[in-house]
Design a protein. Structure first.
Length: 307
């Protein structure tokens, strides 16, 4: 494992650590402010921030687990630990979203007055903290599904804080307390939407589907551009983790190229890495099918029944 790889994970862990601390402060402030003001929207935001703290702690352990070395039984290492933690994060958010909707229904039946000035002040504090968290995590957001899940937590919290502030202003000048419940349900819907998106991507990884953004047909066409490759079959593309894609396939080589098949296979690896970012590929060469079923030197027989 390279020095740059270690440095990246130390930096990511430090970012997560600062964000965890920051969100503990935000959660406490919004919980106290929500109880003092009577605002369900503010309490909803506090609940969302609490889930963010849990999410970030899990993201930290997921990032750590992805660096563990492979073992004889776990030959790919523990890279999918980050996907497991992302699923736990998302499921926790689904539960919180449903609870917020339930609480909004209860409060609609029994309206509660709201202290709008307190709601506004705490909302501004929450927004400042969330924007800082978004800035801290922005650098790593595209690197793994776990990093993206943590970033989305912070981003939607920032959006919900803006909604809380806008609602506080309207309530302050109009006294329309029902807006607080409407905002709470909207925040819950945003939480639910982001959670389902993460669950969908994680489900694709567990089901070993082709990763989003990689078209198997395009990959096949790329392999066929390599001189000497006449056909591709038994193509499989899946994700080891959200940041590492694996591929296996059989390629049929024309007879003149079969005598130097290692060079052709190296060329296939190069185009897969350069064109599609796939750096973990297993490519099986086979001789070109002909009536005599001639076997090229160094190659296995063509067998159309191979699975």
């Amino acid at each position: 494992m390279s020095h740059d790889h270690h440095h990246h994970h130390r930096t990511s862990a430090a970012r997560l650590g600062w964000t965890i601390l920051l969100n503990l402060v935000i959660t406490a402030a919004e919980a106290v402010g929500g109880l003092m003001s009577g605002s369900l929207a503010l309490l909803s935001d506090a609940g969302h921030n609490l889930s963010d703290v849990i999410a970030l702690v899990l993201a930290y352990f997921g990032s750590w687990g992805s660096t563990l070395r492979p073992t004889k039984r776990s030959t790919y290492g523990f890279k999918r630990l980050e996907v497991v933690t992302a699923v736990i994060n998302a499921l926790a958010l689904v539960g919180i979203a449903l609870f917020i909707v339930y609480e909004a229904f209860i409060r609609y039946s029994h309206p509660t007055p709201i202290n709008a000035p307190v709601m506004l002040i705490v909302g501004v504090i929450g927004l400042a903290g969330n924007l800082l968290s978004v800035w801290i995590l922005m650098h790593d957001r595209h690197k793994t599904i776990n990093a993206r899940a943590a970033f989305l937590h912070m981003l939607y919290d920032a959006v919900s804080s803006v909604a809380v502030i806008a609602g506080g202003i309207v309530i302050l000048f109009s006294g329309w307390y029902l807006l607080d419940l409407i905002l709470s349900v909207l925040i819950a819907m945003m939480i639910l939407w982001s959670s389902l998106d993460v669950l969908k991507e994680a489900g694709g990884i567990f089901m070993e589907a082709a990763p989003k953004g990689i078209d198997p047909d395009a990959v096949t066409r790329t392999i066929l551009t390599v001189p000497g490759v006449t056909d591709v079959h038994h193509l499989h593309i899946w994700s080891i983790s959200s940041s590492q894609v694996a591929l296996s396939c059989h390629v049929i080589l024309a007879e003149p190229y079969g005598r130097d098949f290692p060079a052709v296979i190296r060329a296939v690896h190069d185009v897969l890495r350069d064109e599609h970012g796939i750096d973990h590929a297993t490519v099986q060469p086979e001789g070109e099918v002909c009536p005599e079923q001639k076997i090229l030197p160094g190659l296995s027989p063509c067998d159309n029944d191979v699975t």
